[in-house]
Design a protein around this ligand. Structure first.
Ligand code: EPU
Length: 418
């Protein structure tokens, strides 16, 4: 296992190119299972979660190449309908194979994804949705086994907004027999990227705000041109927050500005300057970071996936800030680690109170999940002296070469064997 060492306190500046979106790439890769064909995808981040998804597709019978952020995948020989425990347990997004396999083979058996470090992550809405459109599921020996019963299609209203739930229902209904109308769907841009990909293959999916209408098609067409996945708004946000901490400017390039409105608004409220031009966003830090109050919410609200990184900025605010976590109940595990660096943060129920401090000092800390790791890196970079971050495999699941990108803007960061 590797650990990350950061010699903090060095001001960072420069340009950072944002990679393709993890949470758009994963459902799009799963979508290649739906119909037997050959697909080319571009801007796919080279991260562990993508590698895991590709491995899963290979086990099901697909063949692929993955080089220079381009995936070419042939799903013609997919015949297996079972996603094994060993892979599903390492990545919650494997759950997307469920809907894709149902469309392709009319049946799917996936290991129960269960909980993870950021809390209990149920799949009741996926299950109820599948039931409403004609798939019956039994839970047996830790596996969810679903099978189609009669013509696929129908109406379903999500009780809670769920990103992968919305994606799974779209995947499971696209080749159905009757129209499917989904209500209270997630508005995340990654859902739209999946819809755009499927529609580029002849799918007939219309989104009207929180309603998604799927008119089934009998086949998906051959791909005419390579599909480019959207930029990762969470990676962009991570570097934008980094730009608020140091006295120099940081610019992110290859970003999608319209997906980052809420993030930009928090940065402006903290007193930083944000200048946008096409796909680049320049952050000029404030003289003094202003304290703010933020609540995480489904898109277009403030993303839970940037909560830990925003906290890393508010640690230095001139006053008291609050972050309320409304999406995942248990997503403050990083707080205990931030305290080791000298942060003054207390938690009451789902709200973190952050009292600004003047500086942090390096320590040995441990990453607990992907986004928490990013928050810890931001704090380690702004701490005086050396910080060692353990369990960084969480980070490698979702950030493409983050240490290399940080080195390019001046960070003293390297890996060592634990
Ligand atoms: N929920 C239910 N029942 C369900 C499904 C979800 O109650 O059947 C609840 C969850 O417990 C949670 C809320 O609904 O409280 C939202 O969860 P959601 O299903 O939207 O999360 P997800 O689809 O499992 C995706 C991202 C996460 C991101 C969340 C929220 C992917 C592959 N993952 O997860 O990304 O945090 O949406 O935006 O798209 C990450 O990238 O680090 C990450 C965790």
């Amino acid at each position: 296992m590797e650990k990350l060492i950061i010699d903090g306190g060095t001001p960072l500046k420069g340009r950072v190119k944002i990679s393709g979106s993890k949470n758009a790439a994963l459902p799009i890769l799963a979508a290649t299972v739906v119909y037997p064909n050959k697909y080319s995808l571009n801007n796919i981040p080279d991260i562990q979660d993508v590698r895991t998804m590709l491995e899963l597709l290979k086990i099901l019978g697909a063949k692929y190449t993955f080089k220079d952020n381009k995936v070419v995948i042939n799903t013609i020989n997919i015949k297996k309908h079972e996603a094994p425990y060993d892979l599903v347990k390492t990545m919650r997004a494997s759950v997307l194979i469920w809907g894709a396999l149902l469309s392709r083979l009319g049946r799917a058996k996936i290991s129960f994804p269960g909980g993870c470090a950021i809390g209990d992550r149920p799949v009741d809405q996926h299950l109820a949705g599948f039931e409403s459109i004609g798939y019956k599921t039994i839970v047996k020996s830790g596996y969810l086994e679903s099978i189609s019963e009669g013509p696929v299609g129908g109406n379903f209203k999500f009780k809670v907004k769920t990103v992968t739930g919305t994606e799974n229902l779209i995947l499971a209904s696209i080749l159905g027999k009757q129209k499917t109308i989904l209500e209270n769907c997630s508005l995340e841009p990654e859902v739209d990227d999946l819809i755009n990909f499927l529609n580029s293959l002849g799918g007939q999916i219309v989104r009207k705000k929180e309603k998604v209408i799927v008119t089934p098609v009998t086949e998906l067409k051959k791909q005419k041109k390579i599909y480019k996945v959207i930029p990762d708004r969470i990676e962009a946000g991570t570097f934008m927050y980094l730009g608020c901490i140091f006295p120099n400017k940081i610019t992110v390039t290859n970003a999608k500005v319209e997906d980052l409105k809420e993030v930009i608004s928090t940065i402006r409220l903290m007193g930083a300057k944000v200048e946008t031009e096409k796909a680049s966003i320049k952050i000029t830090p404030p003289k003094a970071i202003q304290p703010i109050q933020v609540q995480t919410k489904p898109f277009p609200g403030f993303p839970t996936d940037l909560q830990a990184q925003l906290m890393a900025v508010l640690i230095f605010a001139k006053g008291v800030s609050k972050i309320q976590e409304n999406v995942f109940p248990n997503r403050f595990i990083h707080v205990a680690e931030l305290r080791k660096l000298g942060a003054n943060i207390s938690i009451k129920e789902n709200t973190a109170k952050i009292i600004g401090v003047n500086g942090l000092a390096g320590a040995k800390i441990q990453a607990s999940d992907l986004r928490a790791s990013a928050g810890l890196i931001l704090s380690a970079l702004s701490s005086k002296g050396k910080t060692e971050i353990f369990r960084i495999y969480h980070l490698d699941r979702g950030y493409e070469r983050i240490d290399d990108k940080l080195k390019l803007i001046g960070a003293k960061i390297w890996r060592e064997k634990e």
